[in-house]
Ligand binder design. Structure first.
Ligand SMILES: Nc1ncnc2c1ncn2[C@@H]1O[C@H](COP(=O)(O)OP(=O)(O)OP(=O)(O)O)[C@@H](O)[C@H]1O
Ligand SMILES: [Mg+2]
Length: 216
């Protein structure tokens, strides 16, 4: 899908977070976003998914102006087309691993156990479907979140430091799964990361600053 962010500005109370952020992501493109801690990367990603509000500017997904949609329409658009890997995972504690990963498919009315298992395999969690989240390591939890974000083959994947808690070997495995799955389905990928290994695979790397975003 196409993602267009135009002159986006956001503040919390009196504190500005970022201003004048504009970027375009083409269908199938992989854009990495880097920037100092606290500069607003997670906030920007949330805005791209319509999960947070902004003060001025606009976000368009496939031409739809997120700011003009109702909450319900935004939720539907997200359900159909967007995958999100949260920095804090947001894995549901009372569901087992397979049920967590299956959630987007259930919401779409298209359950598919085989696809869930294949997704778990691709992030190195094959056979762990019946574990509860509390029985997993931080890195394994992160991979559950990644499998869940990819399972319904979204046309836009927004991933917030998805390799942040992983050792280099597992990080490489997860990056390969992310890039392979998005390329396979022609999905666009916006990845927030501090990892040099991850940015190397991107088509473009952008740096977020308080006053905008620019090519690194
Ligand atoms: N709900 C909130 N209320 C007030 N301020 C907030 C809120 N959420 C985030 N902030 C502030 O907004 C700024 C941007 O936060 P954000 O989480 O987007 O940064 P980040 O670039 O993702 O940082 P990191 O690399 O550490 O994850 C920070 O200064 C943070 O303290
Ligand atoms: Mg963040």
């Amino acid at each position: 899908m196409t993602l267009r962010v135009q002159a986006l500005s956001k503040h919390y109370g009196d504190t500005p977070v970022f201003a004048n952020v504009s970027l375009d992501v083409a269908p199938g493109e992989f854009v990495a976003i880097v920037g100092e801690s606290g500069v607003g990367k997670s906030t920007l990603l949330n805005c791209m998914a319509g999960l947070d509000h902004w003060d001025s500017g606009s976000v368009h997904l496939d031409g739809a102006d997120l700011g003009l949609l109702t909450d319900d329409a935004r939720a539907l658009l997200r359900r159909d087309k967007v995958g999100f890997v949260f920095q804090a995972f947001h894995v549901l504690p009372h569901l087992d691993v397979a049920q967590n990963v299956a959630l987007p498919l259930l919401l779409l009315g298209t359950p598919d156990d085989a696809r869930v298992e294949a997704m778990l395999e691709s992030v190195g969690l094959g056979g762990l479907g019946s574990r509860l989240p509390q029985q997993l390591s931080g890195g394994q939890l992160q991979r559950v979140a990644i499998a869940r974000a990819l399972v319904h083959r979204p046309s836009l994947l927004l991933a917030d430091e998805p390799t942040g808690n992983l050792d280099p070997t597992t990080a490489a495995l997860v990056m390969r799964a992310l890039v392979e799955q998005t390329r396979l389905h022609g999905a666009s990928l916006v990845l927030v990361t501090h990892s040099h290994a991850a940015t190397q695979q991107a088509d473009r790397v952008l740096t977020l600053r308080a006053d905008g975003i620019a090519a690194r």
